[in-house]
Design a binder for this molecule. Structure first.
Ligand SMILES: [Zn+2]
Length: 478
């Protein structure tokens, strides 16, 4: 069976058929870079990352684009507060995005376009709309004539009238229709601006995404993703802008991620109830945070509470313990020994099949992860009950490889995680203790003990270096 995706455009689960066989173009609305991102934001980036990984797992060649909104009211206000330029502020948080997303195991997109690098493309789209009578100018502002796009509202099933209550839209008497939304804003004091055929100004938020998606992926794309809050009006406006010009379906599948909640409310900057990813990473490994974020299906709300990340820490430890125990058999997995009668081989094959069935049905990571832990439980029971013969060892090697394959899709396994990210402080303290013990041995001229400590550390991948200023240690990582 093939992949099926819940499509917000059709309000149903649709079979996934890409425009071009074997290839997928995918756009995800990226962050507005005026601050660090929190784990609620991380959920939408992670969902896009996992969709991309799973598409690749299925053999698709994916081109994935995620933008930076680097010009926006929030950026300008924050920059003015701090007395820096908007571009200095956005550069700082773009860098922070890359740092935090890398730590979280979110792969960089193929292209990370910035809105301010696409001003000519944005102006060109707006000019075409003005020429066609779809957009009009008032005092240097350009507005989209919403009644010109008859399909307006097809994504969100909302009417143009709802735009009046949109958070980013105020009532402006200069507009022909109060529901018309802005494509370009005339220059204001203390704001960055670019010259354009109507004077000087800066782009509106919605047109940026249309311009960047079209430039990097073409006029029709396969999958457009983003947080649930972007469906209206942002994505609706992206459709209106793009389709009115191209006459083509802008995006065939619209994927919207539900909110992360805390205390029953959406986690968000405006709610002041968020936890930055970089803070969460001080106490928890990246794999545990990812584990937590994929523990629910992406369309279901997920609740964050005090125990949710600790529960994920324990689950990841259980997974890693199992992988560590059966890892040594992995090189046997390709041997000639027939394991068709082994219950472990059967369980591993069943896990793979069920994992794919779960992911094929609208990326159900919750069910997929359940299958992984079912196999972990099976393997652990097997290891306690059986006396291992060669067939068992080969079967455990196969189970190991199957688990690694699917854990890589969910990003809950990292080859370099033997020193868990979140416990670096503890590791530092333990290493200080071990080095102290070794130094005491050396002072007592107990060379046997001192060498034993160094050799045993070497076995677990840690190298000691004696320098004139003391002993340092280094994680070799293999
Ligand atoms: Zn967008």
């Amino acid at each position: 069976m093939g992949l099926r995706i819940y499509n917000s455009l059709t309000n149903q689960i649709d079979e996934f058929i890409p425009i071009e066989d074997g290839k997928v173009s995918m756009y995800n609305c990226g962050p507005t870079v005026y601050d660090y991102f929190h784990i609620g934001n991380a959920r939408t980036f992670l969902v896009a990352d996992i969709i991309r990984r799973y598409l690749e797992y299925k053999g698709y060649q994916v081109k994935f684009v995620q933008n930076f909104t680097d010009i926006d009211d929030k950026i300008i206000n924050r920059a003015n507060e701090e007395g820096v330029s908007a571009s200095q502020l956005s550069s700082r948080y773009i860098e922070a995005y890359f740092e935090d997303s890398e730590k979280l195991g979110i792969r960089p997109a193929d292209v990370h376009p910035k809105a301010t690098d696409h001003i000519p493309e944005i102006i060109q789209l707006i000019e075409r709309m003005v020429d066609k009578g779809i957009a009009y100018e008032v005092d240097g502002d350009i507005y989209y004539r919403i009644h010109k796009f008859l399909d307006y509202g097809k994504l969100s099933n909302r009417k143009p009238e709802d735009l009046l209550s949109g958070a980013r839209v105020g009532i402006d008497k200069r507009k022909e229709n109060p529901r018309d939304f802005d494509l370009w804003k005339n220059v204001k004091p203390n704001e960055p601006s670019w010259s354009c055929p109507w004077g000087c100004g800066r782009p509106g938020w919605h047109i940026e995404c249309s311009a960047m998606a079209i430039k990097h992926l073409g006029e029709s794309i396969d999958i457009h993703a983003g947080g649930q809050d972007l469906q209206f009006p942002h994505h609706e406006n992206e459709i209106a802008q793009s389709e009115v010009l191209t006459g083509k379906t802008f995006a065939r599948y619209w994927v919207h991620t539900a909110f992360l909640r805390i205390g029953g409310n959406r986690m968000g900057k405006s709610e002041q109830n968020f936890i930055f990813v970089r803070d969460a990473l001080k106490d928890h490994s990246a794999e545990a945070i990812r584990h937590f974020l994929v523990s629910a299906h992406y369309r279901s709300p997920l609740d964050y509470n005090a125990t949710s990340l600790s529960d994920s820490d324990s689950a990841i430890r259980r997974l890693n313990n199992c992988l560590e125990r059966i890892g040594p058999y992995s090189e046997l997995a390709d041997s000639e020994v027939s394991t068709s009668d082994s219950e472990i081989t059967r369980a591993a094959a069943e896990m793979l099949t069920n994992f794919e069935l779960a992911m094929d049905e609208d990326f159900n990571t919750a069910l997929a992860m359940g299958e992984i832990y079912k196999l972990v439980g099976h393997v652990n029971r097997f290891l306690t009950q059986e006396k291992l013969i060669q067939v068992d060892r080969v079967a455990l090697g196969i189970a190991y490889q199957s688990l690694i394959k699917v854990c890589m899709v969910l990003g809950i396994y990292s080859e370099l995680e033997s020193i868990p990210n979140g416990n670096t402080q503890l590791v530092d303290q333990l290493m200080e203790l071990v080095i102290d013990i070794r130094n005491d041995s050396r002072l007592r001229k107990d060379w046997v003990m001192a060498d034993k400590v160094r050799d045993r550390l070497h076995e677990v991948g840690i190298e000691l270096r004696d320098t004139p200023s003391g002993t340092n240690w280094e994680w070799r990582g293999d």
